[in-house]
Write a protein that binds this ligand. Structure first.
Ligand code: MGD
Ligand code: MGD
Ligand code: SF4
Ligand code: MO
Length: 742
């Protein structure tokens, strides 16, 4: 059997086609697929999928009689949204209308960190980039180039990078988001949770949310299914140090002491085993390691956990019984942004184990088995084989990671004599790394060491200020993109096409990647002349066509097998080492990690400091929507939530502007408004991520609110897979300051 590390090595290289010249895919349905027909011939409705967040709901863009953008609404056929967009999705109109958008390619002419750029033609910009990349490749090897990407156009730049000879494609959705969850579930069930999550919320009888703040986290389908479940009488248990929107809809709210969840989870496992609340037939048939687990959690009683979590023992027992009674229609939700305290993979392993004991994996009301349509890749020459990967620079670290780490690339960019190669060029597509990666000083240090930073974005975000070349992308409303395929109860595809011509001198990512490829002699990897030809070729092989998809937007296929849930007594081979659900993770043991999760205490805030907690607001997505005219109307700054007891101690009043300073002396760049509320524990403060922008070109949001990233200087890295735990930072209040507003 291939070891995990072999698997990582193979997958990092990617599987290319065979090395022959491929004919161009072209002109299959020329008249039918021309987008100009929609733009100019008065078609009012064009399909899209939303780019405001990564739930990727499919919808319709409507124009008015004059041909101006009117509204964006959900597509009724879409499994991600069921015809309804969230407030951010309908506010997508503002992304198109934002007058602060990037308008033309820019090339840096002066100091980094300051936006001193000259306007350039596309050809100049591409020539500049291609020349630099070729030089870097000659001097250091193509592997010294990395792509950071979060968003649809990433596919095309990934092809370009692989064609160039680099395997270094990193997404912040791994090591800054759901990486630990995927590693934990893969090593328990042999499969990850994926996106959209395979949680069967609509049919669940008991939903346990541990720091998963659905309702503020507006991932559409989940929010809708949670409200269906509530209507059907499901019990919701929310574990959160903050009284979240989800907590307000819950039967039970457990205001846990932050950073102690793993103790609660282990105590729940203890009770479920001790009181025999687990699904015995399921556990016997499908799992391995029960005896070892039983011995492991023997002393981890509710009384033990009480001292750690502050949750009373009788509450811990009662919740375990609620879960046991609902089994197998119970979901201990794995969450999504799970990079909290550095032991996140182990915390998510405890979540996975609980679900396994309750028999919820593969069961109605638990976790279903999703199916995904597969879109054929256009045949192209084989990608060259890279000679090095980022792993060479991190021998023996993060052995369970199966993706390139954004933070790893960042660290390996900072010059270090012990490293064979440092990264020299970054291409950054659709990710505002300055706000996205923790420890901003580190990110900036890495950027300062680069020979080339190319940023593809729609807005003049913080990261564009550090670029050598800025390539302005048109918004998702003005472009085609790859066909959306995502795992769901039924396989489904969705089309995004331009509803309007790109504003200003902006272009889609697929065009940029192909033009750059031409300059670099790599056009064989993009064997089509027009994106419409590629899409039509792909869609025809799925039994549809571009013409049909332009009319219907979303197409649903039947499942290939009736296996949404396990059939009674079904024999199942799980994709783990043992072929069983591994309560005891053998792959962890092989790599020298704890095969069963252990609780270790985390650092506590020093006197006068409070744990910095952060999360989402329903009307914004990260830092990307803070300047959106429609969404700033709904919320234009964040505030810091402070417990009344703490506010009294510090003499804070509601709506007062203060600064925050963290344990390393880092002060928030801008003042933030105080919100005094019982909804946060006395040991923490809370703020919404994505505010406190320091780019003056973002006229609506510049200086509004504070940035959590600014204050996250301490990073708790997960030793198993390199995830960046961000919740180990503490802040205090600065009320006396010349910059305080009121
Ligand atoms: N401090 C802190 N850090 C975090 C988080 C947190 O809560 N707090 N959350 C983490 C999580 S869970 C995640 S998933 C990541 C998210 O990280 P990112 O995806 O980097 O988040 P955004 O800040 O929205 O940055 C997106 C960038 O893409 C640009 N953009 C938007 N649309 C387009 C487009 O169509 N084309 C192109 N080319 N660019 C576009 C935006 O202008 C913006 O610059 O952040 C992680 N980092
Ligand atoms: N509106 C909106 N929705 C979004 C996004 C967005 O930007 N805007 N982003 C999407 C993305 S990419 C992601 S990854 C998800 C993230 O959303 P989730 O995965 O749901 O949540 P997290 O960001 O991990 O956690 C936030 C919650 O954790 C609580 N918390 C903090 N510390 C602790 C602790 O020690 N223990 C416990 N039990 N709870 C704690 C906070 O109080 C808060 O309620 O949201 C998605 N949905
Ligand atoms: S959940 Fe909202 S923002 Fe995200 S893709 Fe769907 S409509 Fe867009
Ligand atoms: Mo995320």
């Amino acid at each position: 059997m291939a070891t995990r590390r072999d698997f990582i090595r193979i997958s990092a290289l990617g599987a290319g086609g065979t090395a022959v010249a491929w004919p161009l895919v072209r002109n299959f349905a020329k008249e039918l697929v021309d987008p100009e027909r929609f733009i100019f011939e008065g078609m009012r409705r064009t399909p899209t999928y939303c780019e405001i967040c990564f739930w990727k709901c499919a919808g319709w863009v409507y124009k008015n009689d004059k041909g101006d953008l009117w509204k964006i609404i959900g597509n009724d056929e879409d499994l991600h949204c069921n015809g309804r967009f969230c407030p951010r999705g309908t506010g997508g109109v503002g992304m198109y209308n934002d007058e602060d958008r990037l308008k033309t390619p820019l090339i840096r002419t002066q100091d980094r960190g300051k936006q001193v750029f000259r306007e350039a033609t596309w050809d100049e910009a591409f020539t500049y980039i291609a020349d630099k990349l070729k030089k870097i490749s000659r001097e250091h090897g193509p592997e010294c180039t990395a792509l950071f990407t979060h968003g649809s156009g990433g596919k095309y730049f990934s092809t370009l990078l692989k064609a160039f000879g680099s395997p270094h494609i990193a997404a912040p959705s791994y090591a800054q988001c759901r990486g630990p969850r995927e590693v934990a579930f893969q090593n328990t069930f042999g499969e990850g949770v994926e996106s959209p999550e395979r949680t069967d919320i609509r049919d669940t009888k008991c939903l346990v949310l541990i720091g998963s703040h659905i309702g503020e986290n507006m991932h559409n389908g989940q929010v809708q299914e949670m409200s269906v479940a509530i209507d059907k009488g499901a019990i919701i248990i929310t574990v959160d140090p903050r009284y979240s929107t989800a907590a307000s809809k819950s039967k039970y709210w457990l205001p846990i002491k932050p950073a102690t969840d793993l103790a609660l989870l282990l105590a729940w496992i203890h009770v479920i085993l001790e009181e025999e609340l687990y699904d015995k037939a399921y556990v016997e048939k499908y799992t391995m390691g029960l005896d070892l687990l039983q011995a492991h959690v023997k002393g981890m009683t509710p009384e033990w956990a009480y001292g750690i979590t502050t949750i009373p023992p009788e509450v811990i027992r009662q919740m375990a019984r609620e879960m046991g009674h609902a089994s197998p229609a119970v979901i201990v939700h794995p969450g999504r942004h799970v990079t909290w305290y550095g032991d996140d993979t182990q915390r998510l392993r405890a979540v996975a184990i609980l679900n396994a004991l309750l028999g919820s994996w593969g069961r109605r009301g638990g976790f279903f088995k999703p199916e995904t349509a597969s879109v054929p890749e256009v045949p192209h020459p084989a990608f060259p084989t890279p000679k090095r990967t980022w792993r060479t620079e991190f021998p023996d670290l993060y052995r369970l990671s199966d993706s390139v780490l954004a933070n790893g690339v960042c660290d390996a960019t900072i010059p270090d004599p012990s490293r064979g190669c440092n990264f020299k060029a970054w291409i950054v597509n659709g990710t505002n790394l300055i706000e996205t990666l923790p420890n901003q000083d580190n990110t900036i240090k890495a950027i300062e060491a680069l020979d080339l930073l190319v940023v593809i974005d729609t807005m003049p975000m913080e990261i564009t200020g550090y670029a050598d070349v800025v390539l302005p992308e048109c918004t998702y409303i003005e472009r085609y993109d790859e066909i959306r395929v995502s795992p769901h109860r039924k396989p489904q595809i969705a089309l995004r096409m331009p509803a309007l011509k790109p504003k200003y001198n902006t272009k889609p990512a697929y065009w940029m990647a192909r033009e750059l490829a031409k300059k670099m002699g790599l056009e064989a990897f993009f064997p089509y002349e027009k994106i419409e030809d590629l899409l039509d070729w792909q869609l025809k092989q799925l039994g549809t066509s571009l013409e049909e998809m332009q009319r219907i937007g979303v197409k649903t296929f039947e499942r290939t097998a009736d296996d949404l849930y396990f059939a009674p007594d079904e024999e199942v081979e799980f994709g783990t080492n043992s072929g069983k659900i591994e309560l005891y993770a053998t792959a962890f043991e092989q790599e020298g990690f704890d095969p069963l999760p252990k609780y270790t205490a985390h650092e506590e805030p020093p006197a006068g400091y409070y744990r910095l907690n952060y999360g989402r607001a329903p009307m914004h997505t990260f830092s990307r929507t803070s300047n959106n005219p429609n969404l700033t109307d709904l919320m234009d700054e964040n505030s810091v939530w402070v417990n009344p007891k703490v506010a009294q101690e510090w003499g804070l009043t509601n709506d007062q502007y203060i600064h925050l300073r963290n344990q390393d002396g880092k002060r928030s760049e801008f003042p933030i408004k105080v919100r005094i509320t019982e909804r946060i524990r006395w040991d923490s403060v809370y703020m919404v991520h994505g505010f406190g922008h320091d780019q003056k070109r973002l006229k609506r949001c510049y200086g509004k609110g504070a940035s959590d990233t600014n204050l996250i200087t301490k990073v708790l890295v997960d030793p198993l897979m390199g995830g960046t735990g961000m919740r180990g930072n503490f802040v205090t209040f600065i009320t006396e300051s010349e910059e305080v507003k009121s």
